[in-house]
Design a protein around this ligand. Structure first.
Ligand SMILES: [Mg+2]
Length: 258
């Protein structure tokens, strides 16, 4: 794994216009779009509006609890074990089970919370720091995302990134999710079957972006956000070696523009 730490002033890049890879495949959530910020804002907003406590019985805050539950269910989705409809309801059912309801109004039902969550998420398109400055330099890029079309298309539009994105691949539309080879085979076919060595995958998830890209024979850039967020680094599965590791999106210029 190589690390890119060199930072240049913005001007240095205007002379470097050649892209190292013909196709730059970029994940959306928590790579370009700051899903974490939206998620936290919406969870707190819903607890306030619907009158339940923003914490679990054992004192955990709502967002932390939700993330653990949601993450576990998404891993199951990536393994093809559950469908998205089940994932969507189940995450709120499990969250409600853990809520501190002793002193609060009983929260609404899981399906309702999920519906509210998705509706609000659709309107939230916070960018990861520097995405708005880096993506135009790399454009055109290809978006690859595990998600729902009714959520992702409006968010891409609202984020201002749409004009830099050439193609958008959404797992729900393809019928297969990252890291499956079906997802990446579909993307390659749609791009006109380039050699995988001409493609690079950029993403924050080791299990979906990096494992999937590597499995398809592509180079990979792991966006490790643990440094910026001050959180624990993700556990890297045995034998999974990203080609590069970055801790800030600005490092993409050094790697992808030559
Ligand atoms: Mg992601």
């Amino acid at each position: 794994m190589r690390e890119s730490f060199a930072l240049f002033s913005g001007d240095a890049y205007h002379t470097r216009v050649k892209r190292r890879y013909a196709h730059i495949l970029v994940d959306l959530d928590n790579t370009l779009l700051d899903f974490g910020v939206c998620e936290k804002r919406i969870q707190e907003e819903m607890a306030r509006e619907f009158g339940y406590m923003p914490r679990t019985r054992d004192g955990q805050d709502l967002t932390t609890a939700y993330r653990a539950i949601n993450g576990e269910l998404w891993r199951a989705y990536e393994r093809g074990e559950i469908a998205t409809e089940e994932l969507q309801i189940e995450r709120f059912r499990r969250l409600i089970d853990r809520l501190d309801v002793t002193a609060a109004v009983r929260p609404p039902e899981a399906w309702f919370l999920n519906m509210q969550f998705i509706k609000r998420l659709t309107a939230c398109a916070e960018l990861v720091p520097t995405a708005d400055r880096v993506v135009p330099d790399l454009a055109p890029i290809v978006a690859i995302t595990n998600g729902f079309p009714e959520v992702q298309y409006p968010r891409i539009q609202a984020s201002g990134l749409a004009r830099w994105i050439d193609r958008i691949f959404i797992s729900e539309e393809i019928g297969a999710a990252k890291p499956s080879s079906r997802f990446f085979d579909h993307v390659l076919a749609e791009l006109g079957n380039p050699d995988p060595s001409e493609c690079v995958v950029v993403g924050d998830s080791l299990t979906s972006d990096i494992a999937g890209g590597a499995g398809a024979g592509m180079d990979t850039i792991w966006f490790d956000r643990s440094v910026a967020l001050g959180s624990h680094a993700a556990h890297r599965p045995e034998g999974l070696e990203p080609t590069w590791r970055i801790t800030s999106l600005v490092q993409l210029r050094d790697i992808l523009l030559v």
